[in-house]
Design a protein around this ligand. Structure first.
Ligand SMILES: C[C@H](O)[C@H](O)[C@H]1CNC2=NC(N)=NC(=O)C2=N1
Length: 99
């Protein structure tokens, strides 16, 4: 079972993500980021690669795509807030987008 992030976890794990463009939605206890690629193939390629990790980890993003833009919201529905799984998927998405 995944636990909600503790105060310490928020400091150590969330702060580096906020520095890479993720934003905290405190009302929902979620993090969000907008990724902009060169074109639709870049955006959809990112989604395809991220989807495989999401499925492997059984942790799925809320996201939308318009042309070359992908808007992502991560939160853990099972705990009604942020968990380490959101951090893990956010890091992976940053890695994929930067590759
Ligand atoms: C049964 C299944 O393991 C759960 O419903 C998983 C699936 N994917 C999930 N994704 C997200 N973002 N949060 C969850 O709590 C979650 N739970």
């Amino acid at each position: 079972m995944t636990d909600k992030l503790s105060d310490t976890g928020r400091k150590t794990m969330l702060e580096p993500l906020l520095a890479t463009g993720w934003e905290l939605d405190e009302g929902r206890d979620a993090i969000a980021k907008t990724f902009v690629f060169d074109d639709f193939v870049g955006a959809f390629g990112f989604m395809t690669r991220a989807a495989l990790w999401a499925e492997k980890w059984d942790h799925h993003p809320e996201w939308s795509n318009v042309y070359k833009t992908v808007k992502v919201v991560l939160t853990t529905h099972d705990v009604d807030g942020l968990s380490a799984l959101d951090v893990k998927l956010a890091r992976k998405m940053d890695q994929i987008a930067g590759a």
